[in-house]
Design a protein around this ligand. Structure first.
Ligand SMILES: Cc1cc2nc3c(=O)[nH]c(=O)nc-3n(C[C@H](O)[C@H](O)[C@H](O)COP(=O)(O)O)c2cc1C
Length: 319
């Protein structure tokens, strides 16, 4: 049976919970099994940036994190479903802090490319009698995802891109990416409730046939990923999509902003295999440079200098 898991990041029984449940009710009516999770019920620690996960994956030793908390349970509930819905309150114009924390915990550990590399190395190691651990295949299984952002005002201009970036790590296909503004009373606004219901219907249909699933949201501006959020290079008309990273020429056509990418740009998109490979090679080169530098006395001296400089204050030291 097709399964949809809905995660609400809002307050207990608030608008986010209600809209998550409304979309899940629609999915249930469409014949799916559904599960509802409240992110605030869980203990999720911040990513420390230790990159133990990368070292484990790149040496074929499996998929793991140094933290022992509820994240692995949450991630596996998502990975075992066919479709994921995340309903998130807008904080400071973007995704909530908890959403960002969960997004950080996804990447680079849950990056599809990194897990395929791990599987290849592990398989080879095991065949040669060396230690190796395969990542859970559920991590790499195709999935569809929709996002709903709920804001108390109309301050939310980077929430859609914040959300969409989460889908890039596990290579999930985005179906809807909605921003409800002035939505403090959303659960009483029939038009908004109906839209949340439709998002549930769209997600259920997409989850039943992931291979042919298509984006159902508005056209947006980015011709590759539909994002509306761009970094404009000062003094130029060059625009970089803040989600897929493609760079193109900004123009106004019939009074509307348009971004055009050249033919040799498309393969660099951060959400497709070729773009991830380019990024992976760039990172590997940079890490290699760091590894070499670390062996030098100059590097060791500079580390010592900063280690011995101004010391951090601990809470008990503050009067
Ligand atoms: C720390 C904080 C920051 C917020 N920032 C924004 C904001 O930038 N834009 C906005 O539209 N709403 C903002 N809000 C309002 C929340 O998005 C809103 O209260 C929430 O979606 C209501 O959800 P609930 O009914 O599920 O609790 C903020 C709320 C808090 C607590």
């Amino acid at each position: 049976m097709t399964k949809i898991v809905g995660v609400s990041f809002g307050t207990k029984n608030g608008n986010n919970d209600a809209f998550c449940k409304e979309a899940l009710i629609a999915a249930q009516e469409a014949g799916c099994e559904v599960e509802f999770i409240r992110a605030q019920d869980l203990t999720i620690k911040h990513c420390t940036g230790c990159i133990t996960c990368v070292k484990m994956l790149m040496s074929g030793r499996g998929n793991m994190c140094i933290h022992k908390d509820d994240f692995d349970w949450l991630a596996m509930e998502m990975f075992r479903a066919d479709g994921v819905l995340m309903v998130d309150p807008i904080f400071e114009k973007g995704a909530s802090g908890l959403f960002h924390t969960i997004m950080d915990r996804f990447g680079p550990r849950m990056d599809t490319g990194n897990n395929y590399i791990c599987a290849d190395i592990a398989q080879k190691n095991i065949a040669e009698g060396k230690p190796g651990k395969m990542p859970d295949p559920a991590i790499m299984s195709p999935k569809v995802v929709s996002y709903i952002a709920i804001g108390g005002s109309d301050w939310g201009t980077h929430v859609e891109s914040d959300h969409q970036i989460q889908a890039m790590t596990p290579s999930w296909k985005v179906i809807d990416n909605e921003w409800f503004s002035w939505a403090k009373t959303a659960l009483m606004e029939d038009e908004m409730v109906a839209r949340a219901h439709q998002i549930g219907v769209n997600l259920a249909e997409a989850a039943k046939d992931i291979e042919h699933a298509e984006y159902k949201g508005d056209e947006g501006i980015c011709p590759h990923c539909h994002a509306k959020d761009f970094y404009i290079k000062p003094g130029t008309a060059r625009a970089i999509c803040t989600v897929c990273g493609l760079e193109g020429e900004l123009s106004i056509v019939d009074g509307a902003a348009k971004v055009t990418y050249s033919d040799d740009e498309w393969h660099k998109a951060h959400d497709i295999a070729s773009g991830k490979q380019i990024h992976g090679m760039d990172i590997a080169q940079n890490e290699g440079r760091l590894a070499e530098l670390k062996k030098t006395d100059a590097y060791k001296e500079r580390i010592k200098y900063y280690k011995e400089a101004i010391q951090p204050t601990q809470p008990e030291q503050v009067a």
